[in-house]
Design a protein. Structure first.
Length: 320
């Protein structure tokens, strides 16, 4: 059996020596060379996100301290120093944001702008109340959106926010839009109609944490469990194709199986990730594709998620 504690401590050393800072798949717009305009920004971001060669230093992009990554590290180790850093990153409006601008299909967010996903994990790590920020800036008519000024209907955002602030009505918004097979689209807009592994995992962990709508949770979990894992627990990225295999999916897979009480499968996911995505230098690779493996070690997307997931798994194994 894999020595999870040894891997976790190696990962801790790797991240700690870098002061928890690193590059991110979506940090390309931090470059002074980044172009203006929605489509050019998306193309520039995808070029950096998909490249197995890290061109960021050549483009003036520096490693950053990411509030969501920091929250995940703090959830994994509970260190007061990390929690203090996280408090310092809170915005005046009461939320947390990413340290880079980003262009989604639905909106553009400047660097630092508060958003729901960073705020949820920061509030969980700090055990603080973010209700005021969410209800003032993100609550719409029955759902919770991503950033102020946007009305996008993204299910993992809505469900994570609903679970955090106890809004059953908002959770019902997404439950009522669960598809007949138990899945959810990423979002309700026509250009958000895809189904992927880790966002479905977010939905399920949020829903399961509330105890609300147990039949929807059961159906969603059954769909996710049978759809997104190969026979040896490699993580299928989308519902209709395997590749790329992404360590973020493995980390969320561990957390989702733990949330639904399947310790055996959580360990199987971890074993696959360590066997196929672990680098002897002390970190996890980003993705394995059909033609090549992207061996970049992104701090938030990959290391922070595996750090948190393995910490929870180690604890669950010790308590069984």
């Amino acid at each position: 059996m894999t020595d999870l504690a040894a891997i976790w401590w190696r990962l801790d050393e790797y991240c700690r020596t870098r002061d928890w800072r690193g590059f991110d798949p979506y940090d390309a717009l931090n470059s002074p060379l980044a172009p203006p305009g929605k489509l050019p920004r998306q193309v520039w971001t995808q070029l950096h996100r998909r490249s197995p060669i890290n061109f960021r230093p050549l483009c003036g992009i520096q490693p950053t301290l990411n509030s969501k990554g920091l929250a995940l590290f703090a959830l994994g180790n509970g260190e007061p120093a990390l929690l203090d850093k996280l408090r310092q990153l809170r915005n005046p409006d009461g939320g947390w944001g990413y340290p880079f601008p980003w262009q989604s299909r639905a909106f553009y967010a400047p660097a630092g702008m508060s958003n729901l996903i960073c705020t949820v994990f920061a509030a969980k790590a700090l055990k603080c109340d973010a209700t005021g920020y969410i209800e003032k800036n993100l609550l719409r008519q029955g759902w919770i959106t991503y950033i102020a000024g946007s009305d996008t209907q993204v299910h993992n955002i809505n469900m994570l926010g609903a679970a955090l602030i106890g809004r059953r009505d908002c959770m019902e918004f997404s439950v009522s839009r669960q598809r007949p097979d138990g899945s959810w689209w990423y979002g309700e807009a026509a250009n958000q109609h895809w189904i992927d592994n880790f966002h479905t995992g977010y939905n399920l962990v949020a829903l399961q944490s509330t105890g609300w709508f147990p039949e929807a949770a059961r159906r969603g979990y059954q769909y996710w469990d049978k759809t997104f894992w190969t026979t040896n627990f490699a993580p299928r990225y989308y519902h209709d194709r395997d590749l790329p295999f992404d360590t973020h999916c493995s980390a969320q897979g561990i957390l989702t199986y733990l949330a639904f009480g399947d310790l055996k499968k959580a360990n199987a996911v971890a074993d696959w990730a360590i066997a196929h995505m672990w680098d002897a230098r002390g970190f996890f690779w980003y993705q394995r594709g059909r033609w090549f493996t992207n061996r970049l070690g992104y701090m938030r997307w990959t290391q922070a998620w595996m750090y948190y997931a393995l910490a929870k798994l180690i604890k669950a194994n010790a308590n069984r």
